[in-house]
Design a protein around this ligand. Sequence first.
Ligand SMILES: Nc1ncnc2c1ncn2[C@@H]1O[C@H](COP(=O)(O)OP(=O)(O)OP(=O)(O)O)[C@@H](O)[C@H]1O
Length: 907
Amino acid sequence: MVMFSTRKTWDLDCSPCFQELWQKNVSLDTSSVKFLMSDSDDDGSFMSLPTAASLQRQSLTSELSNKNTSNQQHLIQFCRDSEALAHCLLPQQQSVQQRLCEQGLGEDERVSGVEEEQQLIAQTNGERSYSKLVSPDEKLTTRLRAKVEELEVKLLDRTREVERLRSELGATDLEKQLELLVVENEQLKQQLKSWRCLEPHNIDAAAKTCNCSHCPYSQDAEKMRRELLHSKSQSQQRERSLADLEQDMPRKSPRVDSLMWQLHDSTHQQEDYGQWQGEAEHKPTLRSKQCEQELARQGAAPPRVEFVTQTVKADPTDSHRALAEVQTKNVALQEQVSGQRQLLRELQTQLHESQRNCAQLRTQILVYEEELQRAQGQLEVEMQNLEEEKNKVIEEAFMRAESQMKAVHENLAGVRINLMSLQPALRTLTCDYNSLKRQVQHFPYMLDKAITEAKHEICQVISEVSSTNQELLLKYKKEMNLRKKCHNELVRLKGNIRVFCRVRPISQDEKDAADARILLSFDSDDDSILYLSSKGKVMTFELDKVFPPQATQEEVFKEVQSLVTSCIDGYNVCIFAYGQTGSGKTYTMEGETDNPGINQRALHLLFSEVREKAPDWNYKIKVSMVEIYNETLRNLLSESSSAKLDIRMKPDGSGQLYVPELTEFPVQSLVDIKQVFELGRMNRATACTNLNEHSSRSHALLIITVCGLNITTGDRTQGKLNLVDLAGSERISKSGAEGTRLREAQCINKSLAALGDVINALRSKHPHVPFRNSRLTYLLQDSLSGDSKTLMMVQVSPSPSNTSESLCSLKFAQRVRSLELSSASAASRKHENLSTPSSPTHDHTEVDSPPVTPIPLPISRASSAGTTLSSTSRTSSGSRRRSQSQVPTDIHIDKAFSLLRDGEQDN
Ligand SMILES: Nc1ncnc2c1ncn2[C@@H]1O[C@H](COP(=O)(O)OP(=O)(O)OP(=O)(O)O)[C@@H](O)[C@H]1O
C-alpha cells in the first residue's frame, strides 16, 4: 500500500466516485495509482466514456464533418439521445454531488464517513463486510454501466445506421443530388446528342427525300419536324435550367460548407459535452471496476492489512467554489446546448428547404424526363409510321416498277420480233438506198440536163404564148372596135337624142281639188304612147319611153343605165330633166335620201362597172357640181359658194372648152358621193332664201368625168356624164312674174331655147351649132356634139290645172324626138343605101378618129312643124316605123320647133 499526496487538483464534479473513494481513504497500490493516473495529461481522460464508444463518436463526427453530414437527421437524433442521456445522468450526478456535499458539510460527519470508510476497508477482509461496503456504489455502477451499455448499443446502432446509409448513399444528400443531377445532365446530353444524331439528319433527310408535292407523307413529316423543333427547344430550355442549377451549385456549396462547419462545431461541442457526461458517467463505472478488480486482487492475495490513519483535511470553501464553478459551467453548457439546439433547428429548416428544392428539381427533372420520353415515344411512333409508310410506298413503287418493267419487257419482245421481221425490209431498203444514192450521184447532171431542156421548152412556149397573145390582142382590139361600132350604130339607130317622159303621181292636194279629172292616160300595149285630153281632144304623144306614175326610180334608171355605162367607154352623155316646176325633175335626178335618183344610181353603177373592169382598166372618177342661175355659173363644190365660174377655150388650140377653177372632186366610194352631194346642197342653200324656189329657177349640173387607162393595151378613154336638173319651164305669161322673177324666167327661157336650137342644129347637121347662146349649152358643148348621147327626161304633172304646161312640155319632147328620129332614120337610110359592110367611111371615122363636130344648121332655118306634130299626135296606136316613115324633112322640123317655141311663148 503506497500512500501519496496528490499534486493534482481533482475535478470532483467530474469524478465523484474517485472523490468518494478518496474520502473513504481507500488504499491503492502502485498499479492502481498508475491506472488511475494513466490519463493524467488529459483532464477528462479519467472520466472519459469507454474508448470504443468515444472512438466511434469521434469517427462518426469526423465522418460527418468530412462528408458534409448527409445523415444529419440521424446525427440530430443522436444529439437528442445524447441530450436525453445527459438529462438522465444529470440527477445522478447531482445526487452524487449532493452526497459529497453532505459528506463535506461537517468534520464529524466527514470523520464518521472516514470511519465508515475505514470500517468498510476493514471489512474488506471478509466478503460480507466488503459487500456491505460497496453495495451502494455497485448499484450506481451497475446502473451507470447499464446506461453506458445502453448508450453503447445505441451508438453501435447509430454507427451501423450511418454505415448503412453511407453504403447506400455513398455521399451526402447534396452531393448525391449533385451527382444525380450531373448524371441526369449527362444522360440528357447523351439523349440530346442521340436525338441530334438521329432526328435532324434522318427526318430532314426523310423530309428532303420526301420533299415532293405529290408525297402524301410530306405533311406528316412537316408536322413531326415542327414537333421535333419544339422538343429541341424544350430540351434546350432544360439544358439551360440544368446549367443554371450547375451554376447555382457552386454558389450553394460554400453555404452548405459553412452550415456543415457550424454543424461540425456544434457537434464538437455536443461531443465535448457528451464526452464530459460520458466521462462523468463512465469514470465511476471504471473506477468501480478497477476497485472491484483491486478488491478481487487483494482478496486473492494473502491478507496484508495495514491500517493507515490519515487525516484528510478538506477545505469546504474550495468545494463550494468548485461546485459553483461546476454549476456555472453547467449553466453555460446548457445555454450552449440550447443555442446549439436553435442552430440545429435552423440548420434543419435549411435542410428541409434544400430538400424541398431538391425535391422540386427532381420533380421537374422527372416531368422533363417524362416529356422527353413522351416526345421520344411519339417520335419513335411517328418514325415507325413513317418507316411503315415509306416501306409501303416503296413496295407499291416496286410493284409498279415491276409491272412497268414487265410491260417494257413485253414491248421489247414485241420490238425484237418486229425487228426480226423488219430486217428483210431493212435489207431491201438498204438496197433501194444504195440504188437511190447512185441515182443521186447522177442527179446534178440529170438535173442540169432537165433544166436546160425545160428552159428550152419554156422559151418555146413563151414565144408561142406571146405570139398567140399578140394575135389575141389584135383580135381583142378588133372586137372592141367592132363592139363600139355596133354600140354606136345601135345608139345611132335609136337616135343620139332620146326622149323619155315621166308622169309623177298625183298629190293628195290635187286629188282633193275640185277639178280632179284624169287627163293623162297610157297605152297598155305600148309604153311609148301617152294620151292627153285637152279641150275635148285626145292628143297622142309617142316618145321613146313613157313612165307612168307608179314607175319606180329603179325602173327609170334601168332604162338610163346603158347611157351611163357608155360614159365608161369614152362617150359624152348628157341627161336632162325637163319640165315645169313641181313636175318631178329633182325627184327623178336627185331622188330622196332612201330612194335616190339617177345621179346617185349612176355613180353607183359607174363604181360597180369600174370594179368589174379593174383587172384590165384603171379608172378615175371625178365629180363637179355647177349651178346656172341667171346665166351665171357657180361652183357648188368650192369653199366659197359665191365663186363665179367662166367658160374658156383651151389654150392648146384643140378647140375644147374648160372651166377654170372648177372643182373636180375625186370619188372612190359611196361615202365620197354623199359628201359631194351634201356639200353641193349646202352651197346651193346658202346662196338663196328659199331653196325650193331657187332650185326651180336655176339649172343644177352634176358633171362626172370618167378617165380610163387600159393596163394591157395602154389605151386611154375619157367620158363625161352630165346630169342636168333644168329650171322650171313654165311660161312667163302663166306665172305672171315681174322684175326679178321676170328676169329669171327670161333667162330660163333663153337657155331652154338655146338648148332647143343646139339640139336642132346638131341633129340637122347644121354647120353652125349655137352653143354660145346660153351658158347651159356652152357648158354642155362637148357633151352635146359629136357622137355624144343625150337623153331628155320630160317630167309631166298629172294635175288638170297643169294641163297646158304638160301639153307644152310634151309637144317640145315630141318635136325633139321627131327631129332626132328623122335624122336617125335618114342616117339609117343613108347607111342602107351606102351599105358597104367592109369599110363604111363614117364607121371608120367613129372608131379610129376623134368625134367630129357636125356642121350646125343656122337656127334661122327653123320652120313650123305643126302638121307633122298634128299628124304624129293623131297617130294613136301606129307603129314606130310608120311614124318614122311619116317624119318630114329637117327643114320642116326646124320650122316646127321654132314655131312651137314661138307659139308657146305667144300663148
Ligand atoms: N315619181 C314621183 N313619185 C312620187 N313623188 C314624186 C314623183 N315625182 C315628183 N314627186 C313629188 O312631187 C313634188 C315635186 O317634185 P320635184 O320637186 O322633184 O319637182 P321639180 O320639177 O323638181 O320642181 P322644181 O322645178 O321646183 O325643182 C315633190 O314633193 C316630189 O316628191
